[in-house]
Design a protein around this ligand. Sequence first.
Ligand SMILES: [Zn+2]
Length: 273
Amino acid sequence: MTTGRKRKVVLVVVAHGDDMEFLAGGTVARFVDEKGYDVYEYILTDNSKGSYRLGPAELAGASAREAEEAGRVLGLRAVRFEGYADGELNAEPVNAIRGKIMAVIREVKADIVMSWDPFAPYEGHPDHRVVAMASLEAASFSGNPRFHPEHAHPPHPVTEAYWFAKSPTNARCFVDISSTIDKKLEALLKHDTQMALTVDGILQEARALGVSVPGLEQAAEAGAHGALMDAGVRAFCARTGAQAGLPVAEQFRYERLGMLDTVLGAPAIEPDF
Ligand SMILES: [Zn+2]
């Protein structure tokens, strides 16, 4: 049974300013440009540990501005910041975090939630693990009026989820981003502080191992981290796409939330991709 296409609302819930652009920027651009969906981003931490160069306060301000600029490139309806301390999300009660996410789901009436995968193995970042599980719990119960009856907006069910696939996993939803990879990179490179962090981290690792990467040291010293990241992310998207016979792709674990498919014995809706 398939119903007509509707204009959906997408809520991307992430820990850090650049998570969405790295893992899902091309797909978000397709939601906005091709399908006309409203996409919102909800960033839970202040990103204050995301630099070897800038202090926490200066970095948090810069990071928020970068996220706003990237959001404009992608055509987001809004970017919201929760401001939890970077790297410390697991010091917060998960029920409190999921309650905040649930409130935003109900406010924007999200049909689709995108986030880190709550069941992805080998995820080392505590913030990614926490935002993932809190997002799953919020999306699973946002339609239940007994959860947070004090919220300003009424219960609203989330029906689909796209969970980011960073490492090799059994995530089999590959989205062709040939039409939007340039926009993905434009948005990602707005996160200049985070591109510098990524290159600084790789450089530190290479030095620790005594491995010489051609051009890396010079590029880092010359502030050419944007060009390095552009090339690296394009290559990563090409490797992802190669798994599915696509030129460039982003990868997700797609999940239909709820029980209707089980009752029907068939998918109630066609996925967008
Ligand atoms: Zn992150």
